[in-house]
Write a protein that binds this ligand. Structure first.
Ligand SMILES: Cc1cc2nc3c(=O)[nH]c(=O)nc-3n(C[C@H](O)[C@H](O)[C@H](O)COP(=O)(O)OP(=O)(O)OC[C@H]3O[C@@H](n4cnc5c(N)ncnc54)[C@H](O)[C@@H]3O)c2cc1C
Ligand code: SF4
Length: 456
């Protein structure tokens, strides 16, 4: 990380002035510090906003007012947010992890940088966003997570914030304070599309600070939903997401607000989808026809083509048609197999006999570290019912796992039954296969005692 100085000004005006002169803001630091450690951002001077920003959430005449210093977790669990704008709660709870959410601020969330791997890797020379004019490695490269809307031949990166997608759908407003005073802009206008200058991501003026976010308290917002599709169920940014708010009366869609994330170079408001809904009967035909509008103008780049297929499906699941409960936590539910289990009527896998079935019992190491120096399995192999005893000497060879984790780049050596090494207590060192489970288990105990081991 490049050395830097940290300024702690006494007020927003001073912070703004320093940033207008070239310093950069830091709030929770969850994105900024990561980029600094990776040498993607190298500010010489940081201005700490943490103690200057308003951390509160309030409900006023204009709707919800969320201070830019409020933490993601605090906003997600705030009762007024749950009541007035459930899509915001859902977007935040589906973001990051509790640890990150307890530190990250709302202002910082809106200004986090793209997750494009080429942008975050200074070892890659071509990235117009990081090094203007250098090219775009994602076009023609690995672009599975990249955008299909609003792209250019300069950059196809998405904006990663979930919260921003919900705000765009709910027509939220940003409060800004800068060297030339205060102003307000729609959240949608915070982000630029980048035909020629992907390094210019927002319409903030030099030194401007996001001070608060205002969300109108409308019937639409109260009936809003957020759905996120990602590679794993937690701790992961969106591949696609949708925020949908609908107002339906007498079977007709009276109002609709729709935005998608993960598909555009910024949170993408779906005006054509909204227009295709309003005034129409609230039925599955209307929703299907409207969802199909989402892909108008979408341009695939190879790896991200699947997003075009998924977009209408994600919209349909996000809010059109039958509403699903987001979570079962706190809800009384009937356990469907409960009565069968307590009355003995339930069937388990072992209750279904199969023809010529064999049973296996695993032999485990009784020492924590050492080597297997030999086996004496003659008696065990002759025992009634025993079909085979597998050890590292006769078990099928397994392929190497090339990379388990960045912590262990060489891959784990702990493949079962592949060599004579004992690396932990209870390591699987043999498998007894027999005609019945009892025979396999009995011989397992005997085999364990017939295995010679040496501690290291
Ligand atoms: C492991 C991990 C998983 C994550 N998963 C998700 C996810 O699924 N969805 C999601 O949306 N996000 C996700 N995030 C991103 C996370 O939400 C952001 O890093 C966080 O919200 C940034 O807030 P911060 O206060 O830490 O900002 P900082 O890192 O302090 O700042 C980020 C940027 O905002 C600027 N800035 C901060 N506050 C202001 C302000 N008030 N006015 C003007 N400029 C400001 C800074 O100068 C900097 O450029 C994840 C992050 C991590 C580390
Ligand atoms: S998509 Fe944008 S951020 Fe990613 S490599 Fe291309 S220019 Fe850089």
């Amino acid at each position: 990380m490049q050395s830097f100085t940290l300024e702690r000004p006494s007020g927003l005006a001073e912070a703004s002035r320093l940033a207008a002169q070239g310093a950069e803001f830091i709030a929770g630091g969850t994105d900024m510090l990561q980029l600094m450690k990776e040498w993607v951002r190298t500010p010489g001077q940081l201005v700490d906003l943490d103690t200057l920003l308003d951390p509160h959430v309030e409900l006023g005449p204009q709707g919800l007012r969320i201070g830019a210093g409020a933490r993601m977790e605090a906003v997600a669990v705030h009762p007024q947010v749950t009541r007035i704008a459930p899509a915001i709660r859902e977007a935040l709870l589906e973001s990051a992890s509790p640890q990150v959410r307890n530190l990250a601020t709302m202002g910082g969330n809106l200004l986090q940088r793209t997750r494009c791997g080429y942008f975050r890797d200074v070892g890659v020379a071509e990235c117009n966003k990081r090094r203007p004019g250098s090219g775009c490695a994602a076009i023609g490269g690995e672009n599975r997570i990249h955008a299909v809307l609003g792209t250019s031949d300069q950059c196809i990166a998405t904006h990663p914030s979930d919260f921003a997608v919900a705000l765009v759908a709910l027509e939220a407003t940003l409060h800004l304070a800068g060297p030339n005073g205060e102003r307000r802009i729609p959240v949608e206008d915070l982000y630029r599309t980048w035909d020629t200058h992907p390094e210019q991501e927002t319409n903030l003026r030099p030194g401007e600070i996001i001070t608060a976010i205002e969300v109108p308290a409308t019937a639409l917002a109260r009936n809003s939903r957020y759905l996120k599709v990602r590679d794993r169920a937690a701790f992961e940014w969106a591949l696609l997401s949708a925020a949908v708010a609908l107002e339906v009366a007498d079977g007709t869609v009276r109002a609709a607000r729709v935005a998608m994330g993960g598909v555009g170079t910024r949170p993408w408001r779906m005006h054509a989808v909204e227009a295709a809904l309003i005034g129409k009967s609230a039925n599955s035909g209307t929703y299907a026809a409207a969802s199909a509008q989402a892909t108008d103008g979408a341009v695939p780049r190879g790896g991200n083509a699947y997003k075009i297929t998924l977009m209408p499906k994600v919209l349909a699941r996000a809010g059109f048609g039958r509403r699903r409960r987001m979570s079962l936590i706190g809800q009384p539910i009937t356990r469907v197999d409960g009565p069968a289990k307590v009355t003995g009527a339930a069937h388990y896998a072992a209750d279904f006999p199969a023809d010529r079935m064999a049973h296996a019992a695993v032999v485990q190491s009784t020492i924590a570290r050492g080597r297997i120096t030999g086996f004496d399995l003659t008696e065990a192999e002759r025992a009634p019912g025993v079909l085979k005893i597998l050890t590292y000497q006769n078990a099928p060879r397994l392929g190497k796992i090339p990379e388990i984790s960045p912590v262990d780049p060489a891959g784990t050596p702990d493949h079962p039954l592949q060599d004579d090494l004992v690396q932990h207590q209870n390591q699987h060192t043999g498998v007894v296969i027999a005609e019945t489970l009892e025979q396999a288990r009995w011989r397992r105990r005997a085999s364990a005692s017939l295995m010679r081991r040496r501690r290291r």
